[in-house]
Design a protein. Structure first.
Length: 312
């Protein structure tokens, strides 16, 4: 158990340090990163394609990096917008990490890019724990997923700085209770904005771009309560305006400090893990728990200048 906790502490500490450096570097070059998280099938790619098209119409230089376990289908779709797009194939890894993102941006992200949209792997568990150096973290949920989604995934929704509801054009058909959904969002993340969208009808399209531009211009983003005192992890990340935050984190029972730090995750109840090549398993546990990842995660990309990159 100690070995597991030590490995997780090292992984998270390394990711936090890398994310801090990546955020500082991108901010210096005028690029705002938007981290998009959702379950598979939420309509995230459809909405992002429309947002990229709207950005091009408005003359806003944007780019998109999309991550999937396999296939380049999403990159092909997003490239139709005419903006630079890059596909990252994780080969089974269930989330992106800051180091992975940084490596894929090297020698690819065009100069002058104001907004970089990162479409994370479709998953509301693993990606929630990893800061990618983003300025704005957005969680999306479709009306087909149920009003209790925020309660089922409290970490993902609790750390969001913006919540987007998709496919509202079929809300009535699936008997979606908007009031209940909003109440559940506020239960885990008081004060966060909830935006309604129906991408195919164009409803709400452009709002995500507007929020990203505002954040990049220095408008303070929402500060989730969970980010200041995380109930599922014994540490907090107080970002506020993430483009300009320092590296100080408040840890329960440990006060505040700067520089390097470690993290311990405390959980109770059943927990499910999906591991590459090992399938999915569920087990009960209490007390500190950790997951180790390789220092250099498995990442599969095609060769440089191949079809994995979709320039405008």
């Amino acid at each position: 158990m100690c070995r597991e906790v030590d490995l997780q502490q090292a992984v998270l500490a390394k990711n936090d340090a890398t994310a801090h450096s990546l955020r500082a570097g991108l901010t210096a070059r005028g690029t705002t990163v938007v981290n998009l998280l959702s379950s598979p099938g939420s309509g995230k790619t459809e909405l992002l394609e429309r947002e990229l098209g709207r950005a091009r119409e408005r003359g806003v230089p944007v780019a998109a990096l999309t991550a999937d376990l396999a296939t380049e289908n999403d990159a092909v779709r997003l490239a139709r917008s005419g903006v630079p797009v890059k596909q990252v194939l994780t080969d089974g890894l269930c989330h992106l990490e800051a180091g992975m993102l940084g490596r894929h941006l090297d020698n690819w992200l065009p100069d002058g890019t104001r907004i970089l949209f990162v479409e994370n792997v479709g998953n509301l568990v693993c990606p929630a724990s990893y800061d990618l150096g983003e300025t704005l973290r957005v969680v999306l949920a479709s009306v087909t997923e149920g009003e209790d989604k925020p309660l089922k995934y409290p970490t993902a929704f609790g750390l969001a700085q913006l919540v987007v509801v998709t496919k509202t054009d079929i809300a009535e058909a699936v008997d979606f209770d908007e009031a209940a959904f909003r109440a559940h969002v506020q239960q885990v993340n008081p004060g966060v904005e909830v935006v309604l969208t129906a991408a195919r009808r164009g409803e709400g399209v452009g709002t995500l771009l507007d929020r990203a531009l505002a954040a990049g211009a220095g408008t303070p983003v929402h500060r989730p309560v969970m980010a200041r005192q995380h109930p599922y992890q014994q540490h907090t990340h107080t970002h506020g305006d993430m483009a300009t935050h320092d590296d100080t984190h408040t840890h329960s029972d440990h006060g505040a400090h700067g520089g390097s730090h470690t993290h311990t995750h405390a959980h109770t109840g059943m927990h499910t893990h999906t591991h590459p090549d090992l399938g999915t398993h569920e087990h009960p546990h209490t007390g500190p728990h950790a997951h180790a990842h390789p220092d250099e995660p498995l990442v599969m990309t095609t060769a440089p200048d191949s079809t994995a990159q979709y320039p405008s």
